[in-house]
Design a protein around this ligand. Structure first.
Ligand SMILES: CC(C)(COP(=O)(O)OP(=O)(O)OC[C@H]1O[C@@H](n2cnc3c(N)ncnc32)[C@H](O)[C@@H]1OP(=O)(O)O)[C@@H](O)C(=O)NCCC(=O)NCCS
Length: 194
C-alpha cells in the first residue's frame, strides 16, 4: 500500500508498533462509541488483531510530525462499492484533519482502483461525522440500524452515498492529476494523421 502526503498529513499503512497508541486513542469512549467495530474497552492486544490486514480493506494511519492521530480507509463490498470509515483522536478534532485525510483517500481510491462509488454511515448522534461526509460531497441516502460494538447494541444511523462522477467533480486532487492525461489524449486526437 502506498503512502499519501497531503498538505499537513502523512497517510501510511498501520504497523504492529501502532497497537498501543491506537488502543489508547481509538479506545477513548468518545471515539469507540461512534464507530461500529471498535469495542470498549479496547486493549492493545485487541488493537493488534484489529490492525492485521484484512482482505478487501484499505486502511491508512493518519500521522502528523511522526505522531499517530487516527485512521481512515474503506473496505470493498461484493458489489465493488467501497464503504468509507474514519476516526481521529479527540485532541485533534475540529481542525479539518479528517476531511483532509479522507479526501486524499477518496481521490486515491477513485484514481487507482476504479471504484464505482463510496458509501458511508454515521450514528444519528454524530453530527461531526455528518459534517465531514457532507464536506466530502456525500449525500444522505436513508436510515439503517447498525451494530455498535462499544455500546453493545444496535444504533440508528444515517447512510450516505458518493458516486464516482460526483467524486471526480468534488475531489480537486483527482481532477488535477487527471487533467494532463485528458489534455494529452485531446492533443493525440487532433494530431492524428488524416
Ligand atoms: C468525526 C470525526 C472523525 C471528525 O474529525 P475532525 O478532524 O474533527 O473533522 P473535521 O475537522 O474535518 O470536520 C468536522 C466538522 O464537524 C463540525 N462539527 C464538530 N462537532 C459538531 C457538532 N456537535 N455539531 C455540528 N457540527 C460539528 C466541525 O465544525 C467541522 O465542520 P466545519 O469544518 O464546517 O466547521 C471525529 O470527531 C471523530 O473521530 N469522532 C469519533 C469517531 C467517529 O465519529 N468516526 C466516524 C464514524 S462514522
Amino acid at each position: 500500500m502506498v503512502r499519501i502526503e497531503t498538505e499537513r498529513l502523512t497517510l501510511r499503512p498501520f504497523c504492529n508498533a501502532d497497537a498501543g497508541e491506537f488502543a489508547y486513542l481509538a479506545g477513548d469512549w468518545v471515539v469507540a462509541s461512534m464507530t461500529s467495530d471498535i469495542p470498549y474497552p479496547f486493549s492493545a492486544r485487541q488493537a493488534a488483531n484489529w490492525l492485521a490486514p484484512a482482505r478487501g480493506e484499505v486502511r491508512f494511519a493518519i500521522e502528523r510530525q511522526g505522531r499517530l492521530m487516527g485512521g481512515v480507509g474503506f473496505y470493498r463490498r461484493s458489489s465493488g462499492i467501497a464503504e468509507l470509515g474514519f476516526w481521529l483522536g479527540r485532541h485533534w478534532w475540529g481542525q479539518g484533519y479528517t476531511t483532509e485525510a479522507a479526501r486524499a483517500v477518496l481521490a486515491q481510491g477513485i484514481r487507482k482502483r476504479r471504484l464505482p462509488g463510496f458509501s458511508s454511515a454515521h450514528f444519528i448522534d454524530n453530527p461531526a461525522s455528518a459534517r465531514v461526509l457532507l464536506k466530502l460531497g456525500f449525500e444522505p441516502m436513508g436510515h439503517a440500524t447498525i451494530a455498535c460494538a462499544a455500546r453493545g447494541r444496535d444504533v440508528e444511523a444515517v447512510t450516505y452515498w458518493l458516486d464516482r462522477n460526483q467524486a471526480v467533480r468534488v475531489l480537486p486532487a483527482y481532477a488535477r492529476q487527471e487533467a494532463p492525461r485528458s489534455r494529452w489524449r485531446a492533443w493525440l486526437g487532433r494530431s492524428r494523421p488524416v
